[in-house]
Write a protein of this length. Structure first.
Length: 285
């Protein structure tokens, strides 16, 4: 378990340990295919298209540094992404993969060989964008509260909560690269965010008022475990919101819709360039 706090942009991040990381459950089999990182992530999140869009660069090996990424996630993120605004929250800047950054074209084999987990942290996914927009529209949801951003990735939701006046914000993820990305992104946006690198599903979250989760229903076992945990947390009095753009394993009933947004995205990641995305509340019973 690693706990870090972002505040100063100049602070070095020391996220070297990899607790609770299961390479077999995240990397295999998708990330043993010779596809780009963006294409492989798209395959994880949505069903493979029978006529996938491909470019001449899909199987190209980019010029990337030697295998030292795990030793210095901060340097890796800075070298392979670029700061840019979030489409639905242009006031928030994140280190992101784009068509012109090296990690976008990195092959899955390269990522595995260099011990780089799937870079979910390099993209502002639709579910997270929707929750971050709802926070901007209704800041009272988080103002003065203790917030947990679950499966935080880039830390977009955590940053949105901090900007809206949350009393305490913790970005939770099992990937130390996500922890490093969150701290870098928090520094970019001049907000204070804690990161926790751990698998907390099934655990109690004392001292938490609200848990926010974007895009967690793309894989059946993970979605079922997360939703069962969310229901337990809701019964314990914690507000639980889930942002989802129609992923395969979102429950068809038992959730309360709070808001809907049309979220701009990329055809490299999704099957359309705009995803209609809902924010749901997990009821207490």
């Amino acid at each position: 378990m690693i706990l870090r706090i972002a505040w100063r942009p100049s602070k070095r991040l020391d996220l070297w340990a990899w607790p609770c990381w299961s390479r077999s459950s995240w990397v295999s089999p998708v990330f043993r295919q010779p596809r780009t990182a963006a294409a492989a992530l798209r395959q994880v999140v949505i069903a493979a298209c029978p006529n996938p869009i491909c470019s001449n660069q899909c199987c190209r090996w980019p010029i990337l540094p030697p295998p030292s990424a795990a030793a210095d996630p901060e340097a890796f993120i800075r070298a392979h992404t670029a700061p840019g605004p979030v489409p639905l929250r242009p006031d928030i800047i994140l280190w992101q993969a784009t068509e012109i950054t090296p990690i976008w074209h990195a092959t899955a084999d390269w990522l595995e060989h260099h011990a780089v987990p799937p870079p979910f942290w390099a993209f502002p996914w639709a579910g997270g964008q929707a929750i971050s927009r709802l926070i901007a529209d209704e800041p009272s949801l988080v103002a003065g509260k203790r917030v947990v951003d679950f499966a935080a990735g880039s830390g977009l939701i955590a940053i949105a909560a901090a900007k809206a006046g949350a009393a305490q914000v913790t970005a939770l993820d099992i990937d130390p690269f996500a922890g490093a990305a969150t701290l870098l992104n928090a520094a970019l946006n001049k907000v204070r965010v804690r990161t926790l690198v751990a698998d907390m599903i099934g655990q109690k979250l004392p001292g938490t008022d609200i848990i926010l989760a974007g895009d967690v229903c793309y894989e059946q076992a993970f979605a079922e475990a997360a939703l069962a945990w969310f229901r337990d947390l809701a019964r314990a009095g914690i507000t639980v919101l889930v942002g989802d753009p129609g992923r395969a394993y979102l429950p068809s009933q038992g959730l309360c819709r709070l808001a809907s947004y049309d979220v701009p995205t990329s055809l490299e990641l999704e099957d359309r360039d705009v995803r209609h995305t809902d924010v749901w509340r997990v009821p207490m019973d």
